[in-house]
Design a protein around this ligand. Structure first.
Ligand code: SIN
Length: 365
C-alpha cells in the first residue's frame, strides 16, 4: 500500500475569504472551510530519484549537438531543479549513485543500486523510485533490478536520447513521466518499469532498438505495458513472468557477481572465442547465435566441451526478437536477448550450478 503525504490544493475559483460569522461557517473546522472554498486534500507520493549518469545527465558544447557529448556530466540536484513541475506530482529527493556513461555501469554500481533500492523501498517514507540511467545499457540494469528488487513498490528506470543541453531535450518530460509512474498506486506490483517517450515498458521485454532516434525503446514482440497520454497513466498489459519478490535472488550480502561473457555467433565462428572466455575465468557463457540460436559446427562442438568442463552455456539469438527453443546443447534463453540472458545467468550462478535449475529460471523469469 503506498503511503502518501497529504497536502492541500485549491481547486475552486478564487473568491473572498471573508466569511460572515452569521453564516455559521466561521466557527466550523478547517476542513469545512476548505470544502467551502473548493479546496480538497490531494496526496503526494514520496519518490526518490537515484541518478547514475547517461545522456539524460549529458552536456554538449552546443544546443544542437545530439552526439559526441559527455554523458553523466550533470548532477541529480540539477536534473531535479530543471523540472520544477515534479513538486506538483511528488515529494522528491535525489541521490547520486554514479555519474557515468552506461557502458561503464559495472558490478559495483549494479549491486550498490539494487541494495539501495531495497533499503529505500523497505522504508515507509518511500513510495516509489526513479533511476536515471544512460540508454545504451539501460535494459540490463532494469532487468537486473527486475530480478533483485524485493518489493512491490514501483521502480522506474528512465533515460533520454538527447543531452540536457539540446534543443527539445527529451529528458525533462521523460523524468516527469517516470516520477508520475513511480508515484502511482496503479504501478504497484508490475515489476521494474522503463519509461521513455510517453511509453511504459517492462524491464523484461523492452530493448533499445535504434542507435540515435528518440523512439529507440521498443517492446516489439510482446508490446508495452502502457502509456502516458493526456497527463494520465494508462495500463493495458501485465507481466506474467515471475519478477522481484517472486525470484530467489538476494543481493544483500553480495560484493561481486559471477563472470558471464557473451560470444557473438557468425558464419564459420571459430572455437578460440570459447577457449579465450574459459581461459579468462568465465563462470558462464551466453551465445548470441544466428536465427534460433544456431552456431557453426565448430561452435556447437566447442559448446559441448565447455559444458563438460562445468561452465554453463545459454543459447540466445542475435536476431533481437523471438524465442530460442529448447536444446540438448546448452540452455535456451527463451525470449531474453543476449544481454538480459547474461544478467539472468549471472544471478542464477549466485544460487546454483545445476543446469536444470538454471533452465527452470529461464523458463519462469
Ligand atoms: C549512455 O548510455 O550513457 C549514453 C547514451 C545515452 O544515455 O543515451
Amino acid at each position: 500500500m503506498i503511503m502518501m503525504k497529504k497536502r492541500v490544493v485549491a481547486l475552486g475559483l478564487a473568491f473572498s475569504l471573508a466569511i460572515p460569522a452569521s453564516t455559521g461557517f466561521a466557527a466550523s473546522s478547517t476542513s469545512s472551510v476548505q470544502d467551502l472554498l473548493g479546496m480538497q486534500e490531494e496526496s503526494l507520493p514520496n519518490v526518490k530519484i537515484l541518478a547514475t549518469g547517461g545522456t539524460i545527465a549529458g552536456s554538449a558544447a552546443s544546443n544542437t549537438a545530439t552526439t559526441g557529448y559527455t554523458a553523466g556530466a550533470i548532477g541529480v540536484e540539477t536534473l531535479i531543479d530543471a523540472v520544477p513541475e515534479l513538486t506538483d506530482i511528488a515529494t522528491i529527493s535525489g541521490e547520486q549513485i554514479a555519474n557515468v556513461g552506461s557502458p561503464n555501469i559495472d558490478t559495483d554500481v549494479l549491486l550498490t543500486l539494487a541494495k539501495r533500492v531495497n533499503v529505500l523501498l523497505a522504508q515507509d517514507d518511500t513510495d516509489g523510485i526513479v533511476i536515471t540511467h544512460g540508454t545504451d545499457t539501460l535494459e540490463e540494469t532494469a532487468f537486473f533490478l527486475h530480478m533483485t528488487v524485493k518489493s512491490d513498490k514501483p521502480v522506474v528506470v528512465v533515460g533520454a536520447m538527447r543531452p540536457a543541453t539540446a534543443i527539445s531535450a527529451d529528458g525533462p518530460m521523460n523524468l516527469y513521466n517516470a516520477v508520475k509512474v513511480a508515484g502511482a498506486e496503479k504501478s504497484v506490483g508490475k515489476g521494474v518499469l522503463v519509461v521513455l517517450n510517453d511509453r511504459i515498458g517492462s524491464a523484461r521485454m523492452i530493448s533499445k532498438t535504434n542507435t540515435t532516434m528518440l523512439d529507440t525503446f521498443q517492446s516489439e514482440e510482446y508490446g508495452f505495458l502502457g502509456a502516458i497520454a493526456g497527463g494520465e497513466i494508462h495500463y493495458y498489459q501485465e507481466m506474467l513472468r515471475k519478477h522481484t519478490t517472486e525470484t530467489p535472488f538476494d543481493v544483500s550480502e553480495l560484493t561481486e557477481l559471477p563472470q558471464v561473457d557473451i560470444l557473438y555467433g557468425y558464419q564459420n565462428m571459430p572455437s578460440y572465442l570459447f577457449e579465450a572466455a574459459a581461459a579468462n575465468g568465465a563462470d558462464g557463457i551466453v551465445t548470441a547465435g544466428s536465427g534460433n540460436g544456431s552456431l557453426s559446427s565448430i561452435g556447437s562442438e566447442v559448446v559441448k566441451k565447455v559444458i563438460e568442463k562445468g561452465i554453463p552455456v545459454v543459447r540466445a539469438s542475435r536476431v533481437g526478437n523471438g524465442i530460442v527453443t529448447e536444446t540438448s546443447n546448452g540452455i535456451a534463453a527463451d525470449s531474453l536477448n543476449p544481454q538480459k540472458a547474461r544478467i539472468l545467468l549471472m544471478l542464477a550462478l549466485t544460487e546454483t550450478d545445476d543446469p536444470e535449475v538454471i533452465e527452470q529460471y529461464f523458463n519462469e523469469f
